[in-house]
Design a protein around this ligand. Structure first.
Ligand code: GRF
Length: 211
């Protein structure tokens, strides 16, 4: 039996929630969140950007915004569980040091261990590029296309101990066009992700979401 979800405190623009954004790639989602935060007086701000990949393009978005930005690659440890746990312990240490209140996964391509999820449950949110529970996993667009689905979209959800399986907070759908390929689908899904994710993070921060 997993632990309960504990949502973040109710914040305000005067006392914003302290966010860490975890990325692995280009960070277009991170950029949209940073832009949202600088354009509006919202109840959250990004104080830490972390990547598991040293060459993640999105790291530059963090640096450009003057946010503390770190890459924490996997350590050279043979035993796979020990490697994952050691990596996550270091991430957890950074989160605590920066007094993080909400961890935002934004294209973070690693599955987190129950140990990490247990520490952050309810304060760990993810966006997935499909309409969950359909097409979980790392190749959602490919799977959508090969299944011949006519509609896809994105899902914002709290992270639990499973893979793309936690409580769904919001979804937005778009049609799959007959000539879509993985690239075009990914681009169009990202467009809706970039408006949906900041909006749901707003709602989480102001206490408008309850379980
Ligand atoms: C997004 O589509 C997200 O849903 C998925 O990975 C992609 C990340 O894109 N998990 P980016 O790195 O934010 O550009």
């Amino acid at each position: 039996m997993g632990s309960e979800f504990i949502l973040p405190r109710t914040a305000s623009s005067n006392d914003p929630l302290r966010l860490a954004v975890l990325i692995s790639g280009g960070g277009s989602g991170l950029l949209s969140l940073l832009e949202h935060q600088s354009a509006s007086s919202c109840a959250h701000r990004t104080v830490l950007v972390l990547s598991d990949r040293e060459n993640a393009g999105g790291l530059q978005h963090g640096r450009d915004s003057g946010v503390k930005t770190l890459s924490i690659p996997l350590m050279d440890i043979t035993d796979s569980l020990a490697q994952r746990t050691t990596h996550e312990e270091e991430i957890h240490r950074q989160l605590i040091e920066c007094e993080i209140e909400l961890v935002v996964l934004s294209g973070y391509m690693r599955i987190l261990t129950p140990w990490f999820v247990g520490h952050w449950k309810g304060r760990l949110v993810n966006i997935h590029p499909s309409l969950l529970p359909d097409f979980p996993g790392a190749h959602a667009h490919r799977d959508v296309l090969s299944a011949g689905a006519k509609v896809t979209g994105c899902t914002v959800h709290l992270v639990d101990e499973g893979v793309d399986s936690g409580p769904i907070l919001a979804q937005q759908s778009i049609p799959v066009k007959p000539n879509d390929d993985e690239t075009s689908l990914q681009e169009r899904v990202k467009e809706v992700e970039h408006s949906l994710y900041p909006k749901i993070i707003d709602m989480l921060s102001t206490g408008e979401i309850s379980l």
